[in-house]
Write a protein that binds this ligand. Sequence first.
Ligand code: HEM
Ligand code: HEM
Length: 184
Amino acid sequence: MRWKNDPHRYSSASIALHWAMVVLVVGAYASAELREAFAHGSAQRAWLMSAHAFAGLAVFVLVFARLALRAGPRPAIVPAPSRLQSILAAAMHVLLYAFMVAMPLIGWLLVSAEGTDVGFGAFRLLPLVAPDHALADFAEDLHEGIANVGYALVGGHAGAALVHHYLRHDDTLRRMLPWRTKQR
Ligand code: HEM
Ligand code: HEM
């Protein structure tokens, strides 16, 4: 496994983490939205919420590995985008990293303040705070609000990658694909 990005391509570790994160974030959204199809207190709803917490907490752990890998040089985009596009992309990446840190933390705060026991097998998630109804309501609103913003961030980010690939014909997307493709 290659850890360091080279001047033309993200490292295999960065690529693996990026796409693993896509699966986990989509899984977190899907499990949260799907839970509404099941009655409160049902085993299916409880299972989906455990899967939700697991996916979200995995994002929280892996995002720090991603940030560590990002410390080195990043592959340049060929042909180079405009300065404005580069600034917008950098701002979007900062927001995506902030999202990957904040969402799981607020979710963790939410279940702690609710007094909900979250665990997988022998592992139990330590509560961050004592049960607190007002704090739970606040964290729930914040978690839902940022989740809605997250749809726009992820949608805009994925859309921009496709615009680069299909309209600008640069290598933005190819640098992040696990397989090598020819220049379009
Ligand atoms: C990347 C991480 C995460 C994402 C994208 C995410 C996203 C979401 C979404 C979309 C909802 C549904 C909001 C709605 O009903 O409108 C939700 C609800 C919820 N999430 Fe997360 N979440 C994440 C992490 C976590 C974590 C780590 C926990 C707990 C440890 C958690 C606990 C909850 C709970 C308890 C609810 C239900 C709130 C309610 O009762 O309305 N989430 N989340
Ligand atoms: C199908 C969906 C997605 C596609 C097609 C996609 C594509 C890409 C591409 C092509 C890049 C390289 C951009 C560049 O170097 O300027 C990238 C970077 C990035 N993506 Fe995604 N992405 C997707 C979903 C996501 C999701 C769900 C997240 C996290 C919530 C995410 C977070 C990031 C971040 C933080 C970077 C910056 C990497 C760095 O630090 O250099 N992406 N993505």
